[in-house]
Design a protein around this ligand. Structure first.
Ligand code: ADP
Length: 487
């Protein structure tokens, strides 16, 4: 991905002015902490492990060398005629095995080698603390020989025969001083590596955070644009990483919904104004007609006045619906829940349609279970039932039949209203619940419709949380249903 200089600069700025809760800071802290802990653990355990391994190896080594030296002394020592020669033998063994070899008295004094034999080597003379350690080790182990480590050296020691009536000990030692140097060296290197890891983690976390933060910052910019009304923003553009792509898809969905809501709002205003204008024009024209033409002719005047009345009614219905819908949509007005006898309430509402059966031959085929109750806002549920039955009346077929049923079971009751009309196309099934949706076909309507009926139904039922829906078959009819939970 090629970034412009400006974007890069902005990114760098973002990385620089990170806050303690920023992703940058979090990633960086985690990386640094891990680097520091790794170095700490290494510096604690590495020397321990290395030292242990070395010491084990040294112990084996000194045990082997010690036994060798001991066996040579035992084998050839007896043949050596003078003390100087004995001393030279021990010195020779020390050099050959690259260790220090001494024969010590019990008080820590050196019996062999004599200092004069080994003048080119600095010779230790005071073994008082070493001999104490050796004798106590021999005592503890109850062996003829022992191998152990002190903080300075690795020792093979054994009890030898008496010399001029005094007990003597063989002391073979290899210095472990070099181990300390190695440990120090390792420690320095570990901390050097830690600093290196720290720097690398800084670099990686910066790069990683940039990688993570860049699409988020891009989204923030686009969201601002969206907030300012730019619906052309595409959140997927420049998004990478599964989670961020998913977020971008969600934001794109939100953008579509917002833009749809805006479009519907504009359509609603356009439709409402249009629907207000039509009856107002009619009222104005008929009023003028009464004034100019029909005022004196009672028959005509009455006919014209009736049209004015009807148009005024239409206007009232429209105003009521718009108000109701805006109240429902904005959530104003509490739901006044009460226990309703649904069965008798439904009869009451059906009574309002009775004039249609009497004057226009509509047939209501009713199947209502008695004594079904629910808990709901009576007024709003009344509107729901009235609108659904009204729609069935408006859209039913030539036979003018409308089927209304209310059936109960243990959990609640199911209201259905079915007509024998043309039905609703599959692609329209979800759209009919939207405000001002109207199918393209015109209907002759015995019940006045404003195009807001179903959206009022939807808002009211959504607020109650009731289940509802529609089933429809083209050419056969539609059935709307609502499930009322038991009170
Ligand atoms: P309207 O005042 O136009 O009836 P509604 O919101 O009540 O407004 O209905 C919206 C649209 O849904 C109607 O215009 C119609 O196309 C469709 N519709 C509603 N009820 C039925 C039905 N029973 N049969 C067929 N179409 C229906």
């Amino acid at each position: 991905m090629k970034k412009s200089g400006k974007t890069k600069q902005r990114m760098r700025q973002r990385v620089l002015d990170h806050k303690s809760t920023s992703i940058y800071f979090l990633v960086w802290s985690v990386f640094s902490l891990v680097a520091f802990l790794t170095a700490l653990l290494c510096s604690l355990f590495q020397p321990y492990v290395v030292r242990n391994t070395y010491e084990r190896q040294l112990s084996l080594d000194i045990a082997r060398k010690g036994r060798e030296v001991e066996s040579i002394i035992e084998r050839y020592g007896a043949d050596v005629t003078t003390a100087e020669r004995y001393s030279a033998l021990i010195r020779g063994l020390a050099i050959a095995n690259n260790v220090e070899v001494y024969v010590l008295y019990e008080n820590g004094e050196v019996l062999f080698p004599y200092p004069e034999v080994s003048d080119q080597f600095p010779i230790r003379t005071d073994f008082s603390s070493e001999i104490k350690e050796l004798t106590s080790q021999l005592e503890q182990n109850d062996e003829k020989s022992v191998v152990y480590s002190t903080d300075r050296e690795c020792v093979y020691g054994s009890a030898m025969g008496a010399y001029k009536g005094e007990k003597t000990y063989l002391y073979v030692a290899e210095s472990t001083e070099f181990l300390k140097v190695i440990m120090r060296e390792i420690q320095v290197r570990i901390w050097f590596i830690a600093v290196l890891v720290f720097i690398i983690s800084f670099a990686i976390s910066s790069a990683l955070t940039g990688f993570l933060v860049e699409p988020l910052a891009l989204m923030r910019e686009k969201t601002n644009r969206l907030a300012r009304g730019d619906f052309d923003v595409d959140f997927l553009d420049g998004a990478y990483g599964e989670e961020i792509v998913e977020l971008a898809q969600t934001l794109n969905f939100a953008r579509d919904e917002i833009s749809k809501a805006g479009r519907m709002q504009r359509e609603l205003i356009a439709n409402v104004s249009h629907d207000f204008k039509t009856p107002l024009t009619m009222i104005k024209s008929y009023a003028s007609m009464i004034r100019e033409i029909s005022g004196e002719i009672p028959e005509k005047r009455n006919k014209h006045a009736l049209v004015i009345e009807e148009e005024a009614d239409r206007l009232t219905a429209l105003v009521n619906d718009v108000l109701e819908l805006s109240k429902l949509a904005s959530g104003i007005g509490e739901l006044r829940l009460e226990k309703i006898n649904l069965s008798s309430y439904l009869y009451e509402i059906l009574n309002r349609f009775e004039y249609l059966s009497e004057t226009q031959g509509y047939q209501f085929i009713v199947d209502i279970d008695e004594g079904l109750y629910t808990s709901a806002d009576k007024l709003k549920i009344g509107q729901v039932l009235y609108n659904l039955i009204g729609n069935a009346v408006n859209y039913t077929g030539e036979d003018k039949r409308v089927f209304v049923s209310l059936k109960g079971d243990g959990l609640g009751s199911c209201f259905t209203v079915r007509d024998t009309g043309k039905g609703i196309k599959d692609e329209d099934l979800s759209a009919i619940w939207e405000r001002y949706y109207r199918s393209s076909e015109m209907h002759k309507r015995p019940v006045k419709g404003t195009g807001l009926g179903l959206s009022i139904v939807k808002s009211a039922l959504d607020r109650h949380g009731f289940v509802y829906g529609v089933r429809s078959k083209l050419g056969v009819g539609s059935e709307f249903y609502v499930i009322f939970p038991k009170a």
